[in-house]
Design a protein around this ligand. Structure first.
Ligand SMILES: [Zn+2]
Length: 500
């Protein structure tokens, strides 16, 4: 047997005695001790010495918005790292100066990190950008602040989702506006190309994408151009379901790179925007959030998704929303072998977790959300310390045997960062071991997308999607490690500068 590639001389995640693996035609063909694997070496085989560095399965980000991740690198004004409200406005102002036509779109602002500790408002944006429509989306994607010119495009009346005085649009109103300002196709293809390059640098080889309308065409075009170097598993908006049904597209349709998986629905919003539907009111600002879909409507959608042979992924963060989703799952007749998903599952009660387990639902969770948990954090500020201590209970999820998939929601993308938070969280119910956390970000995420036969572990027959870390986490603190190399189907798609 001729092999194309051998990695040797470092621990292989998931196998005790292996320190080498071989790849042929994009798939792993051998895993074992180097003395055995090296026997497969021929003159054309590329040999990569690991020098003690571990090789892991490629990370699978179970929940992203890949187009958005790309646009953040190519088109949006980056506000995530703004250290104050004033700095966020300066960046928007600067972008308008450099690009004096069309929309100015800011992304990722997070007032919980600012000394001002307040949301951006319409009058702020009017001062920063006065001659172009401008909007800026909060880090969680559930709240948009508009300047007056952008607000003029919103046709909804004032109410639950629209506050014209403050220039705030929430949920559907926010998404409608962002669709109006959607960039052209070429800009989007360029964004996905950038997202894919970025993913490779983070060790991410697969993503489950919670797509927006029209994204499928963008991915397809990027794949045709040869610049999509990440496997994308698509969860399309509910409004696309009838088209999928008409065509007879069911779960798994697509190619090795681009697959249609299912449909995404929203049961509520986010804690940051105070729109996650919670049982007891938020601490400051009151209210109990918003349910975005009726139980009966969700059950009907679920049944339809199931009949179409597709997978359901429902966004539910607050305990009230999670309760509605579970009731809808029962009403739809979901059974434990169907493997549908709850996205986020942030604030479940212990009883709800028992039900999640009984229904066989996958918990698709984001360890990087722990950045807002703990004393002084945004979750504590919104919910109080008691409920903050119950949020993102990874330990409880695992203890019940609920299949756990880790993703980032693009806040920010980066498994090393997310895993680091799960290893050292503010509360014990959130803590995971290193191998549990890595499994959730590889095997668990692959299982959540029905891709475990091909992806998620290092074993003969699997796709050679691999990551080499810069050092051994058994000998070095996790926070000091970096991604040295990333392989997609045996092809190196990333090499860190200075690494070899
Ligand atoms: Zn999301």
């Amino acid at each position: 047997m001729s092999v194309d590639l051998i990695l040797q001389g470092g621990p292989v995640f998931g196998s005790d005695r292996a320190d080498a693996l071989a790849v042929r035609c994009g798939r792993i063909v051998a895993v074992g001790p180097a003395v055995d694997v090296l026997r497969l070496k021929q003159s054309k085989t590329v040999l990569i010495p690991l020098r003690g560095r571990p090789v892991l399965p490629g990370f699978f980000d179970a929940h992203t918005h890949f187009v958005r991740v790309g646009l953040e690198r190519t088109f949006y004004v980056e506000l995530r790292t703004a250290r104050s409200l004033a700095e966020a406005l300066e960046r928007l102002h600067g972008a308008a100066r450099d690009r004096p036509e069309g929309w100015i779109v800011g992304r990722g602002w997070d007032e919980s990190l600012w000394p001002e500790r307040r949301y951006l408002e319409r009058t702020d944006l009017d001062r920063a950008v006065s001659h172009q429509p401008c909007y800026a989306m909060r880090v969680d994607g559930h709240l948009v602040v508009c300047n007056t010119l952008a607000l003029a495009r919103c046709t909804r009346p004032d109410g639950e989702f629209v506050d014209r005085d403050l220039g705030h649009l929430r949920e559907e109103a926010a998404w409608e506006l962002s669709r109006l300002a959607r960039p052209d196709r070429d800009t989007l293809v360029e964004a996905v190309t950038a997202a894919s390059r970025h993913a490779a640098s983070l060790g991410v080889t697969s993503v489950a994408d919670m797509a927006a309308r029209g994204d499928l065409a963008v991915y397809q075009m990027t794949a045709q151009r040869g610049t999509l170097r990440t496997r994308v598993f698509l969860y399309l908006p509910g409004e696309d379901l009838s088209a999928l049904e008409k065509l007879g597209v069911s779960r798994g349709f697509g190619s090795a790179l681009l697959t249609i998986q299912g449909v995404k629905a929203y049961a509520d919003g986010s804690i940051g925007a105070r729109t996650a539907a919670v049982g007891a009111p938020y601490r400051n600002g009151g209210g109990t959030g918003q349910l975005l879909i009726e139980r009966e409507a969700l059950a009907r959608l679920w049944r339809e998704v199931e009949e179409a042979g597709l997978q359901m992924a429902v966004h539910a963060i607050g305990d009230r929303a999670i309760g509605e989703v579970l009731a809808a799952a029962h009403a739809a007749g979901v059974n434990r072998w169907d493997r549908h998903r709850i996205e986020h599952l942030e604030l479940p009660s212990p009883d709800q977790l028992d039900e999640v387990a009984a229904l066989g639902l996958v918990g698709s969770m984001q360890p990087n959300f722990l950045q807002w948990s703990g004393p002084g954090g945004m979750y504590e500020e919104r919910l109080g310390p008691e409920r903050d201590a119950l949020i993102d209970p990874h330990r409880e999820v695992l203890a019940r045997g609920i299949p756990l998939a880790f993703g980032s929601d693009g806040m920010p993308m980066g498994p090393l960062y997310g895993i680091g938070l799960a290893l050292d969280p503010p509360y014990p119910t959130q803590r995971m071991s290193l191998s549990e956390a890595i499994r959730a970000y590889t095997e668990g995420a692959a299982h959540a997308a029905f891709a475990e036969g091909d992806l998620g572990t290092i074993a003969p027959g699997k796709q050679a999607d691999l990551v080499v870390l810069s050092g051994d986490p058994d000998r070095q603190p996790w926070g000091e490690l970096a991604v040295d190399m990333t392989f997609l189907a045996g092809e190196r798609v990333y090499l860190r500068e200075g690494a070899a």
